[in-house]
Design a binder for this molecule. Structure first.
Ligand SMILES: *[C@@H]1O[C@H](CO)[C@@H](O)[C@H](O)[C@H]1NC(C)=O
Ligand SMILES: *[C@@H]1O[C@H](CO)[C@@H](O)[C@H](O)[C@H]1NC(C)=O
Ligand SMILES: *[C@@H]1O[C@H](CO)[C@@H](O)[C@H](O)[C@H]1NC(C)=O
Ligand SMILES: *[C@@H]1O[C@H](CO)[C@@H](O)[C@H](O)[C@H]1NC(C)=O
Ligand SMILES: *[C@@H]1O[C@H](CO)[C@@H](O)[C@H](O)[C@H]1NC(C)=O
Length: 363
């Protein structure tokens, strides 16, 4: 009996160690590490988990200092949680970078918005009312590809755009989503700045003119490359154009999400970087919003009267909730920004439904 139990326990342990390749240090456990030696032990465990090695002891010591700062921030933030649904932070692959280092490559500033910017578009979009179901999840409808990783390149805008285009294409064709080339956008969209940031709508404009190929036909390199010409027959998706969601309206964003996945831009800070689960409320995004990141909204839902967006990020599957994040929706924030500006500037690609025209003359 005992040996059976221990065998089972061993199996469980094996499963556990295989599942938690990404993060095996649960955030609830972090408070156990208090003394300098224990924190050093934690750092070494983290390094092992991440396969992280440093060139020399000096470099390692510097990274350890940063790791300690981040750990402190993560613990302090987690200590403020009041409900199991409140978001929690964890030691992810970014834990040995300072916020300055991290934001320099991954979060190029795109725009700054203040109260003065809260104006509606001049055109009347009439997109603020619709029959919105209580929840929608485009992942369950086969309209979302696997989560990707942008690497050390501020190309989030390209991923936010491909996410929306992959979704639209799946919906319009009625087929499973196909991964589209982020690198083609990074290299070719002249109205964006490659690894130095850009707006997702610029990608839609470009694709409406040129079309876009599959990811497999134009691989991601996480660097600024030169735009490679593609053959006509390689083009996987074409667009009619794009539309902006009514600015500063979570209602309009909800109605848009009912139709298809949407590209949005927002401000990502330290809380966002270390997100591990729960509903993110962006308490640190107040007053002026500095837009520095772009993501794709792939649905929304509620739990215990708390509404949230289902957000697909491009920081790998080992970030957040298997690469996703829940962001508070219907935020009471009266300015209409939504949490961290998520409802400020949404946009989505458009494409005519493929109508099969019957040619009666030939029947
Ligand atoms: C917001 O308003 C400020 C000041 O009027 C302006 O400089 C800035 O470009 C505006 N931002 C956006 C995103 O329109
Ligand atoms: C929140 O979103 C739901 C759609 O899921 C909508 O019916 C409801 O009116 C919204 N609440 C507010 C306060 O906007
Ligand atoms: C990448 O290319 C853009 C132009 O497309 C340029 O503005 C930017 O400085 C480049 N970044 C790097 C790191 O070379
Ligand atoms: C969409 O919004 C952007 C600002 O985010 C603006 O520059 C652009 O002109 C708008 N496009 C359309 C078609 O309204
Ligand atoms: C977040 O806000 C709290 C207090 O509101 C502050 O102590 C903390 O430094 C802020 N953190 C960041 C990363 O802005």
């Amino acid at each position: 009996m005992t040996s059976l139990v221990s065998k089972l326990l061993f199996l469980l342990f094996l499963c556990y160690s295989m599942i938690c390749l990404s993060s095996c240090i649960p955030s609830e456990e972090l408070d156990r590490f208090t003394s300098e030696e224990e924190v050093l032990g934690l750092f070494q465990l983290w390094q092992k988990e991440q396969g992280r090695e440093y060139e020399n002891l000096e470099g390692e010591a510097k990274r350890f200092e940063i790791f300690k700062e981040n750990l402190k921030y993560i613990r302090e933030t987690n200590a403020k949680r009041k409900s199991p649904f409140d978001h929690r932070l964890g030691l992810n692959k970014f834990a040995d970078l300072s916020y300055e280092e991290f934001s320099k490559t991954l979060l190029p500033e795109l725009a700054v918005i203040t109260h003065d910017n809260i104006t509606k578009q001049s055109e009347e979009l009439n997109d603020e009312s619709c029959d919105a179901p209580p929840s929608i999840d485009w992942r369950r409808k086969g309209a979302v590809t696997k989560v990707k990783y942008q690497g050390d390149c501020g190309s989030c805008w390209a991923f936010a755009a491909t996410g929306a285009m992959e979704g639209l294409n799946a919906i319009v064709t009625g087929r499973h989503s196909v991964s589209l080339s982020d690198q083609q956008l990074v290299d070719c969209v002249q109205t964006a700045k490659g690894c130095d940031g850009g707006w997702p709508y610029r990608a839609f404009e470009w694709v409406a003119e040129n079309g876009i190929v599959k990811e497999a036909d134009y691989l991601y390199t996480a660097t600024n490359g030169t735009c490679k010409p593609t053959k006509e027959k390689q083009i996987a998706v074409t667009l009619t154009g794009y539309k902006n969601v009514t600015w500063f309206s979570e209602k309009a964003l909800t109605c848009a999400t009912v139709q298809q996945p949407i590209s949005v831009v927002l401000e990502a800070k330290d809380e966002f970087r270390f997100y591990e689960g729960g509903i993110f409320e962006g308490k640190n995004c107040t007053g002026t919003i500095r837009i520095n990141h772009a993501v794709t909204i792939v649905g929304y839902d509620s739990i215990e009267d708390r509404d949230y967006w289902i957000v697909r990020n491009s920081w790998g599957r080992d970030w957040g909730l298997d690469g996703y994040m829940y962001i508070k929706r219907n935020s009471s924030n009266s300015l209409g920004f939504g949490v961290c500006g998520i409802a400020a500037f949404g946009a989505y690609p458009t494409k005519e439904k493929q109508v099969v025209k019957l040619d009666y003359a030939s029947i």
